[in-house]
Unconditional design. Structure first.
Length: 105
């Protein structure tokens, strides 16, 4: 899992609204400690998703971290299929689950 500080701040804000400051802080602290959470530094903003500019932070993170794909159900990410460069693959949650199941065979 790749994240940026901007992504962690958004996670913290959303979790805080639903579960409170304490839970939010604990969850973000946990993410910061997990060995499979990798931090990406984004030095360029690609602005590939015009329909929802807030989604671009995830695309920029994926590109900077050389992620194999982004897992999302957000329809705004479908525009990435028509962009040749930089190439960013998008998987639905079902597609990701299928990939995990195939890997366990």
């Amino acid at each position: 899992m790749a994240v940026t500080e901007e992504i962690l701040l958004e996670y913290e804000e959303i979790i805080q609204l639903k579960y409170g400051v304490r839970t939010s802080g604990s969850f973000i602290s946990l993410l910061r400690e997990l060995p499979n959470v990798h931090y990406a530094n984004t030095y360029f903003k690609w602005n590939l998703i015009a329909a929802d500019p807030e989604d671009n932070k995830y695309v920029d993170c994926a590109i900077a971290s050389r992620a194999a794909f982004i897992v999302t159900e957000d329809r705004h990410f479908s525009v990435l299929a028509s962009i040749q460069f930089p190439s960013v693959s998008v998987l639905s949650l079902d597609g990701f689950m299928n990939l995990l199941e195939e890997g366990n065979r």
